[in-house]
Design a protein around this ligand. Structure first.
Ligand code: FUB
Length: 470
């Protein structure tokens, strides 16, 4: 035990001293191996809490001794903030820094961890607490929150996920080997509040739950390893998901949201950041990677209009930078959209939902179209106070039927009394399958307008119209 603590202390010092350069691609960190990511958004920063894989090349077991924090202010460029907890954080434990997740409450940050409390196969849930997302973190309880002696606990007490609802009630889910469990947490966040229950409806559950809420609906993503639409071999795992109208279920299984990854394990989390939804997960794609040398990746997550989730496309490029409303950020996301006309079966809010279309024919998310109107139509963004803007970008919609790429377009701004063409704007192009950028000297305005002139006998459509803060 002394050697373990010494090793952990050395790792802690090393982690603080070494700042890994920012990186914009998947996997997001390649200087070390990282696994079991759990995202948390605080203000203008997205944090990812992750374990570190230290197994030797060709190793056949996990070697995990520390938990680290990665952070980003645009979801594309990530910095390793170092080791913020390790197995030595929990004096009653000593090995296996497995999956974890952080939940804020009352100005504190509670870090729920899977950690080995009693020897091989004896995993427990610990909880550390810190005053900031980066800690420092200390053991909040002095013993496990969940262990094998907790009545009705899982066959493997790992992979905690904690979610706090709007009424302040916090919920804990966890469990491996098909043994998912749930319990309420007391307001102190370090004691269970009531019995441990076995939630219903999480079909093919294997491990790695992650609970969140969107538009009043609860979502649970979790690893499954069935070969019935999930993976090609049960050694691997996918992420299935289920929804519920109550955080304790019962759950309705909805399908696969993340397919098989290149590592055998599949562990993911979801966050909304600067108007865009993201999935963080791990794979074995870093150089020298493997099942016990995994790496965290980030990709866009898209929802359908009915609330179901689209299957995540795993990319090596990662998501485009999303710096929010700061300089260079897409401020269209926070604007109120208006238009001269939208077809009743299409959706105006599609133009500023922060999405990144796959092509001009991409109907996987709601779209804006103005069929059967022709001639010049317009889109407009309004902000409650003046914004400095120097660039817009539009992704045209083309359904190869009534809606075609436009003949021309131009950007206008509200002078305070009328619309005028934005002076000095570059040409407004009409190419398919890409964002068409218009740049101009900064204007300060409360309203921006995109005038769109259709080709003869056609209407026009837009999948996304971005406006960027100067
Ligand atoms: O990283 C160790 C374990 O592998 C995690 O606790 C599981 O979710 C799986 O990713």
């Amino acid at each position: 035990m002394r050697a373990t603590l010494l090793g952990a202390a050395i790792a802690l010092v090393a982690g603080v001293a070494v700042a890994t350069p920012a990186h914009a691609a998947n996997p997001i960190i390649t200087s070390i191996y990282t696994a079991d990511p759990a995202p948390l958004v605080v203000g203008d920063t997205m944090y990812i809490y992750a374990g570190r894989d230290e197994a030797a090349s060709g190793g056949s077991n996990f070697l995990m001794r520390e938990w680290r924090v990665l952070s980003s202010t645009d979801a594309a460029n990530w910095t390793d903030r170092g080791v913020k907890a390790n197995t030595g954080t929990f004096r009653w434990a000593g090995a296996d820094a497995w999956a974890s997740e952080v939940e804020p409450r009352g100005g504190k940050y509670y870090w729920y961890t899977s950690v080995n409390g009693n020897g091989a196969g004896w995993m427990d849930i610990g909880v550390a607490v810190g005053d900031s997302p980066l800690g420092p973190f200390t053991d909040a309880k002095g013993g496990p929150l969940v262990s094998d002696s907790t009545p009705n606990s899982s066959g493997l007490n790992i992979d905690p996920t904690v979610f706090t609802d709007d009424d302040g009630q916090a919920y804990l889910y966890w469990g491996g080997y098909w043994g998912v469990r749930a319990a309420k947490l007391k307001p102190n966040m370090i004691e269970l509040d009531g019995p441990v229950v076995t939630p219903q409806g999480l079909a093919n559950y294997w491990e790695a739950p992650f609970l969140f809420k969107r538009n009043g609906l609860y979502y649970m993503i979790y690893a499954a390893n069935d070969t019935n639409g999930c993976v090609t071999s049960s050694s691997y795992a996918c992420q299935r998901y289920a929804t519920a109208t109550n955080p304790m279920g019962p759950w309705t299984h909805r399908g696969v949201v993340l397919g098989q990854v290149s590592s055998t394990t599949n562990h993911a989390g979801v966050a909304q950041f600067n108007g865009q939804w993201y999935m963080v997960y791990h794979n074995a794609n870093a150089p020298g990677g493997g099942n016990f040398r995994r790496s965290v990746a980030v990709d866009l997550l898209r929802f359908n209009a009915d609330g179901t989730m689209q299957r995540v496309t795993q990319t090596t490029a990662g998501p485009p930078p999303n710096p929010g409303t700061g300089t260079g950020g897409n401020i269209a996301v926070g604007a109120t959209a208006a238009t001269s006309y939208v077809s009743p079966w299409e959706t105006l809010s599609a133009v500023n939902d922060g999405g990144t279309p796959a092509s001009s024919a991409d109907r996987s998310s709601p779209v804006y179209g103005n069929w059967p109107e022709q001639g010049t139509q317009w889109l407009e963004y309004t902000w409650p106070s003046a914004r400095s803007v120097n660039r817009t970008a539009v992704y045209w919609f083309d359904d190869d039927q009534g809606i075609d790429l436009p003949a021309s377009c131009r950007v206008q701004y509200w002078t305070g009394s009328a619309y005028a063409d934005v002076p000095g704007q570059s040409s407004c192009s009409t190419a398919a399958n890409t964002f068409n950028t218009v740049t101009f000297p900064t204007v300060s305005t409360t309203r921006l307008r995109l005038d769109i002139t259709a080709r003869a006998d056609h209407s026009t459509g837009v999948l996304e119209w971005q406006a960027f803060a100067a």
